[in-house]
Structures are given as C-alpha cells and as structure tokens.
Design a protein around this ligand. Structure first.
Ligand code: A3P
Length: 323
C-alpha cells in the first residue's frame, strides 16, 4: 500500500470498533477513559479536520478575557493542549530494535515508553482549562457530560475527507503519497484511516446534542454566520461577552488572521523542525465549505454515496450542508 498512516509500522488498532488508533493506544486507553475532568473544563471534541483549531482559538479567547497578546505569542497547543497526544505522537514511542511486536504487547505498567509527557501538560494547565480531543465520547468517561462542558464541532464528511487528505500529505509521519482517488476508495470509504469510522464519532456526538453541558456546532454554520454561532458559544460558556467583544473574537479568529499567526498556524515552524513536508498545502489550508466539488469525480461521488448508505441512519439523520 502507498499509505502508512502516521508512519506506525505496527498499523492501527480498532478500539472497540469505534476508533482506529496507533497500535500503542492500548498503553494509554485506561488513562483517558478514567481521566477526571474538572467542573470548569471545556473540551473541544471533533473528528479531525472539522474545525478543531478554529474552535480551540475561539473558546480560549472567549474564556481568557480576549487576551489577544497571549493568543498571538503562545502556541495554541500550549494554551489548549491535546488530551491524547501521547498516544499518537511518534517521538517517544519508537520500538527498540528486535521484537517490536512483542514490545507493544507489554502492559502499560511495565512499558518504559508509556510516558504521560503530554497528559502531564494537561494536568499542569491552570484553570479554567480548555482541552482538545479527537476521541469519541465512548473512549472517555461515561460520566463526562456531567463532569464538564463539551463543545462538539462537526463538518460535512466530503469537506473533511478533502481536508484530511491534504493534512495526511503534509504530516511527514503520515506519509500519504497516493492520489485523492485512492485515498477515498482505498482508505476513507473502507474506514481504514486514523480516527475512523467518521460516522460513529459523529453519531455519538449527535446523540448528546441536547444535553445542557454539550454544544453541538456545525463548521458550515460558523462559516455562514460567525457572530450568530459565537453568540451561542457565549451563552453556553457563560462568558458574558458584549456584541462588540464578539466582533473582536470574530476578527481575531478569522481565517486570514489565524493563517497568518504562527501561534495558530504551525506550518512553517513544523516544516523547519522536519515534521511537516515542504511543498504541500498548509495546516490552515483553505477554510471554505464545498471545496469537495473541486476534488470529487462522479465515480468518487458514487463510492462516497455507497459509504454514506452503509452508515445509515447517522448519515441520513445529521443535517449537514454540503455546499
Ligand atoms: P481546510 O483543509 O478545508 O482548509 P482541524 O483544525 O479540525 O484540523 O480543521 C482544519 C480545517 O479547518 C482546515 O480546513 C482549516 O483550513 C480550517 N480552518 C482553520 N482555521 C479556520 C478559520 N479561522 N476559519 C475557517 N476555517 C478554518
């Protein structure tokens, strides 16, 4: 195959049939499942490429008195850390030479590589914390929604697939070198990619959308009327911002603003550091709705439709806008 997702030569594991993760996810699974959130935590939860970074920046800014100086200076991943990064980052998880497969089967307690480098950063963050996760509800505490607030952001799967394709080309560890056509047919529609399946993640979020501690947002709605959606966030978070402060947030978190700031768009820095490829689209790439129309051939649309049919009822029930 032409793709080795996230360079994990041990492949991906199917966690409970609900989430494909690197093979070493098992070293951390219990920690995430049992993680105790604080009452004033806000979790930004998404399937990748659905508007996570955008929402992280918005929520952090709203909850930090519009501190735009800090927002411009301190990288977003430091201000809003990524809960399960230890389980996906390849840096400190390389197996030693020899019995790599056996190595991954070691229990967390005895595995020297099950380090909580990033989870420690989440623990160390001062309250009120805003935390990013791509984990679905089912891999976190069953009591999560009674413990803290969750902002769930969803984006239509056609645009997510285009965006994820570009990200998997950019991230060196993902090593995707195939065409868009192959990406959709061989990986996306087979649910053979990191974090898949898309629809079970979405269905879990959608099922909780009426819970008072959950706000379910659509990327397309944020594009359509940003101030309206910021107003919904303002009520949900209880941040009490004025209309003019919401306008400041909207300017600060505009696509061009976020693309131009290194704190939110790490493309250049990570290219220099060697973890992003040069010559690919940036991490903050295009920021539009309906970009899929530039990539999908009729043949791909048909394949995608078959995949959507397979994932009923979620794929019928969740009211995405596709343009
Ligand atoms: P595209 O690749 O379609 O441009 P995530 O943060 O979940 O990985 O999502 C990334 C997607 O959100 C990318 O989509 C990115 O460009 C888009 N995005 C990031 N910041 C944005 C903003 N301020 N406004 C609109 N879209 C934004």
């Amino acid at each position: 195959i032409k793709a080795k997702f996230l360079g994990f030569s041990n492949g991906l594991v199917d966690v409970g049939g609900r989430h494909a993760m690197p093979a070493h996810y098992g070293l951390f699974a219990n920690k995430y499942f049992n993680y105790k959130f604080q009452a004033d935590d806000v979790l930004v939860m998404t399937f990748p490429r659905s508007g996570t970074t955008w929402t992280q920046e918005i929520v952090w800014t709203m909850r930090n008195q519009l501190d735009l100086d800090t927002a411009a200076e301190v990288p977003l991943d430091t201000r809003v850390p990524f809960l399960e990064l230890d389980s996906i980052i390849p840096v400190h998880i390389r197996p030693p030479s020899g019995d790599a497969e056996g190595f991954w089967r070691l229990q967390p307690a005895t595995n020297p590589l099950a380090k909580d480098v990033y989870l420690d950063q989440v623990d160390a963050l001062a309250s009120p914390r805003t935390i990013k996760t791509h984990l679905p509800f089912s891999l976190l505490s069953p009591d999560l929604v009674n413990s803290c607030k969750v902002v769930y952001v969803a984006r239509n799967p056609k645009d997510v697939s285009v965006s994820f394709y570009h990200q998997q080309r950019l991230v060196k560890a993902a090593e995707y070198v195939g065409s868009f056509h192959e990406y959709i047919v061989d990986f996306w529609c087979q649910d053979h990619l990191l974090r898949a399946p898309y629809w079970s993640h979405l269905a879990e979020g959608w099922a909780r959308r009426h819970h008072p501690n959950v706000l379910f947002l659509f990327y397309e709605d944020m594009k359509e009327d940003f101030l309206r959606e910021l107003g919904r966030l303002n009520s949900f978070l209880g941040t009490g911002l004025t209309e003019s402060q919401l306008q400041t947030v909207a300017r600060h978190a505009s696509f061009s603003g976020m693309k131009s700031r290194g704190a939110t768009n790490p493309t250049a820095a990570l290219q220099e550091a060697g973890s992003f490829k040069k010559g690919e689209a940036e991490f903050i790439r295009k920021g539009t709705t309906g970009d899929w129309t530039n990539f999908f051939t009729p043949d791909l649309e048909e394949k995608f439709q078959e995949w959507m049919e397979k994932w009923q009822p979620a794929s019928r029930e969740i009211p995405f806008k596709y343009h």
